[in-house]
Design a protein around this ligand. Sequence first.
Ligand code: GLC
Length: 434
Amino acid sequence: MRKIVLTLVCALAAVSLSAQTYQPTAENLKSRQEFAEDRFGIFIHWGIYSIFAQGEWYLQNAHGINRDEYAKAADAFYPHRFSAEEWVSAIKASGAKYICITTRHHDSFSMWDTEASPFNIVDATPFGRDILKELADECQKQGIALHLYYSHADWSRDDYPRGRTGWGVSGRDRTQISWEHYYNFMNQQITELLTNYGPIRAIWFDGWWDHDEDATPFDWQLDEQYAMVHSLQPSCLVANNHHQVPFEGEDIQIFERDLPGENTHGLSGQDISRLPLETCQTMNGMWGYKVVDQDYKSTETLVRYLVSAAGKGANLLLNVGPQPNGELPAVAVERMKQMGEWMAVNGESVYGTVAGDIPQQDWGCTTRKGDSLYVHIFELGYDRLYLPLDCKVLSATALATGEAVKFQKVAGGILLEVGKVQDSIDFVVELRTK
Ligand code: GLC
């Protein structure tokens, strides 16, 4: 019996020890808070894959490309229309507060001046410019936070221990596989990213899922890597798109192509944690530039998606895939401009809010900031809306115009006399509550 008790005590001690291993610093907690208040970021998927114009998975999806033949695209990468100033201005115009850019995707090409591999934008292209440096400087200049996407999975290097994707790629030397070598390479790159480009607010890892079906669980040695990130920049948030509940050492929780709690794409069935949340979504269909992919979501859909994310207490990271010439697609720029116009008027009901008192409904959703409860009405078949509320409502105002909206107290809540919905995208009514 004593032995059992002792074992139990030891087991519990081990659990609480591991649960307490990662203690976010004060800078990190501040950064989480700022991140959560931002609510809106723009994702950029850009690399030499844009030249093929088939999306960022082309190397794998074309089934049978030799990695050395694919790599020749680097020598034709000359994005002469790239302008960090134009990108950041267009992104800021959307109302987004941060940018997350792919520094190295699964195809292994590095979009910065890295010493760890010659397969990078400075050494392997005639363009020769460190676009990450230009972007990082511009972000600082225009006051917008920078996040870096970094792929754990790699379909081109010899040393990467192959997982369940990348099998469509030929030309790799199996005899050179070495996790240790690959892990050191990644850590060298991550160190560069967190040393040479100023403040980086988040590292957004992706590709863990490449080994999620291994017979023996694959050890990515994340603890050590995350600790390295936090020691290089304590305020840098660690995110991982592994489609699981967050692991030890992570600072935010990511969802892909679905809002938290929804799972229409099969990637977001995981429980929702108490960490700040973010959902990434495409503006058209693919992440990287794809020539046939012109099916852009409407501004109405995009604004409602952003607002619905806020209604679930999450950020939206909305993707744009720049063209091979370095420009952001004109349609994407137009959508961002229109989103920004809406946010300029209604942003206070999104930025700095938390999920509202009433969860998502057919008609829309709610967000809250202090004593203000924002009612977001997307579609309403009636001119009155019943809102079940525990709090007392002092006033109701149309956010965009400042006009009073009539309401009546009824059992269990209020009846809002919405009348004619004044904004076809999202008519926001601010309730002052007590
Ligand atoms: C997936 C894809 C990848 C994309 C990412 C964005 O993990 O593999 O191409 O970058 O989602 O969420």
